[in-house]
Design a protein around this ligand. Structure first.
Ligand code: ZN
Length: 381
């Protein structure tokens, strides 16, 4: 068991100020690419000391759902830990991909991802600090919070108190000079026996998806020394106790780093098991022929009525809805058991709940017990 193994000390041969590679402009250019995805909404949660945006991606097929499970991931609080960004980047790629697994995740969850929590530190070439020279991994209990800390803390508050689907998993992405992949759990001395055990279970669950990739759950903090509530995870513990699976993840901060896609996939699979989203089921269903086919709507483009045709192999419960470009469900056109055969449904874009819908791109989404399919439709006036 190793206490306080977070990130580790900067080795002597590395300068404390340097060019850390992937910078703020790279992020801005990636943000504009990610924003092309219909499943991504991007907004800033605040600004850094020097006024750079702290950007958050929200990934889901219904960004404002009050029932979907919510997950929050933030990366690169420590600028010198660029690998934490690359893992977050692969998590984003996984979640926006055109795969049955990703579609099922997007149809049940809302992922919030901050790829660069400390943009000033990245641009200034600091290893850990923000522009005020402070390590913003701590200071979560200061009387006056650093702007980067306050932006994230306010967002956590907004997404955890007074909404029916609060954050259930909060991952804080770092990378360690120990050159290993591991999670830092929170010892029962600072939390509870139940919580420490469930953190170990969560870590073991992720390990299963990348055998040999991660260390066992041997790394922990107990918060038994110094001010315990100064860190993000202890902030979670003091405010939300056993209700939030809040952990620090450490990727490898060394030349052996890599396999970010395997790491990301294992983390997502482990999270899905933990929150009860069954991607294993959808994988199985994609190996056998689909039970249904969602055909392209016709006419397309259309004004104002279009037909949606589904071929069904056997009786199934289906939900068919119309989604706007922001990912908001604007109309449910079918939600029942359907018999096998051909089904045709209509959507009238001039009369969605009494509103005339604007021209633009919409999606028809078909959701069954095990999978989700969407087709793009264009309404033109
Ligand atoms: Zn770190």
């Amino acid at each position: 068991m190793i206490e306080n193994q977070k990130c580790g000390a900067l080795p002597d041969h590395i300068n404390s100020e340097r060019n850390w590679g992937y910078g703020y402009n790279d992020l801005i250019s990636d943000l504009s690419e990610w924003s092309q995805s219909p499943y991504v909404v991007i907004d800033s949660i605040g600004a850094s000391v020097q006024g750079r945006g702290i950007w958050e991606l929200i990934i889901s097929d219904q960004h404002s759902s009050l029932t979907y499970k919510r997950v929050y991931i933030h990366a690169r609080t420590h600028p010198g830990e660029e690998e934490s960004f690359w893992v977050a980047d692969e998590i984003i790629n996984f979640l926006i991909a055109d795969t049955p697994e990703a579609a099922l995740i997007r149809a049940n969850t809302i992922f919030h991802i901050v790829p660069m929590h400390n943009p000033d530190g990245v641009e200034l070439g600091y290893s850990r600090e923000n522009a005020n020279g402070l390590d913003i991994e701590s200071g979560w209990d200061d009387d006056e919070l650093q702007p980067e800390v306050s932006a994230l803390q306010n967002r956590f508050i907004e997404l955890s108190f007074a909404i029916p689907n609060p954050i259930q998993v909060a991952l804080n992405m770092h990378s360690a000079y120990a050159c290993k992949r591991y999670f830092v759990y929170h010892h029962e001395n600072g939390t509870s026996r139940y919580f420490a055990d469930s953190e170990k279970d969560f870590i073991s669950g992720i390990q299963l998806y990348y055998p040999g990739g991660f260390e066992n759950w041997n790394y922990y903090v107990s918060w038994s020394s110094s001010t315990p509530d100064q860190y993000p995870e202890s902030w979670w513990w003091f405010n939300y106790a056993e209700n939030v699976m809040a952990l620090t993840y450490e990727d490898m901060n060394c030349s052996d780093a890599g396999n970010y896609n395997l790491t990301a996939s294992a983390i997502i699979n482990g999270i899905c098991d933990f929150i009860g989203v069954n991607i294993a089921g959808v994988k199985k269903s994609s190996e056998i022929p689909e039970d249904f086919v969602l055909k392209q709507n016709y006419p397309n483009p259309f004004n104002p009525i279009t037909n949606i045709n589904i071929e069904l192999e056997k009786m199934s419960f289906l939900k068919i809805s119309i989604i706007d470009i922001e990912g908001k469900e604007i109309k449910v056109i079918g939600n029942q058991n359907y018999s096998a055969g051909s089904i045709t449904l209509q959507w009238d874009g001039s009369n969605a709940d009494g509103h005339q819908m604007p021209s633009g791109i919409y999606y028809c989404r078909l959701k069954s017990d095990v999978s989700v399919i969407s087709k793009k439709m264009i309404l033109i006036k």
